[in-house]
Design a protein. Structure first.
Length: 239
């Protein structure tokens, strides 16, 4: 069974009432949310490589007609769903959520089982011209600024707007690169924090052992301390 890990930008704030699941490994038929809006909810129907863009993509059967296709792109079918209910997104923009009680999908019509032809692919979005132009400008600015928060908000909308593949692919590349760098920075910070915690724990044990005790940093709540709190603790202990 195809699987892929979903991920979210650490600095993004959730505005949805949908409940994210602890296990964010995506599999076929998982219910997902795209971005922070409850408007973008669907079920995973495809995971893997495609012919329209490099890398792994997740095909989602949207609950509402907010998609860009019917599960096929440029004449190649990846899954089946009604027109404007199909959407492809990167896994790191999706959040696996608990399916709400009202969750249901519009079934694909019998004609959707026939291999797609280029003429059957839905192109273009439903945004008014002015809104589309504004969205495109905002996306271009977010790409130029490498603004992860803005990209996370704009990419779901842009993916359903009928925007040019060239513009979308460029935005996705910036998102993938910057998100990966952010993840690596967070991992390095966590490693350094763990190292600091180990050092402080050893110092605390030596200090309290010299006073006839055996109290370590973990018994003082060190495991829950933030890095600034640990540094403050170290400074007080070394006075």
């Amino acid at each position: 069974m195809a699987e892929i890990s979903a991920a979210r930008a650490p600095s993004a704030r959730r505005r949805s009432s949908l409940v994210p699941l602890e296990d964010q490994t995506l599999s076929i038929d998982d219910v997902v949310q795209l971005g922070d809006s409850e408007h973008f909810v669907g079920q995973v129907k495809f995971i893997g490589e495609t012919q329209f863009a490099d890398g792994d993509w997740v095909g989602v059967h949207c609950q509402k007609p907010i998609g860009k296709n019917d599960g096929s792109v440029k004449g190649v079918r990846y899954f089946e769903c009604p027109p404007k209910h199909g959407l492809f997104a990167k896994a790191n923009t999706l959040v696996k959520v608990q399916a709400p009680a009202s969750f249901s999908l519009t079934p694909a019509s019998p004609a959707a089982t026939v291999a797609a032809s280029p003429s059957s692919v839905v192109s273009g979005g439903s945004l008014p011209t002015q809104d589309f132009s504004e969205l495109r400008q905002k996306l271009a600015q977010a790409v130029e600024d490498h603004d992860l928060n803005a990209l996370r908000e704009l990419l779901p909308k842009a993916s359903t707007s009928g925007m040019r593949s060239e513009d979308l692919n460029n935005a996705w590349k910036v998102w993938d690169f910057d998100y990966d760098q952010l993840r690596k920075t967070q991992e390095e910070f966590d490693r350094q924090a763990d190292t600091m915690r180990d050092i402080l724990s050893s110092l605390a044990e030596e200090e309290f052992s010299s006073r006839g005790g055996a109290l370590g940093l973990s018994q003082m709540g060190g495991d829950d301390m933030s890095l600034p709190q640990m540094l403050k603790f170290a400074m007080e202990m070394l006075r």
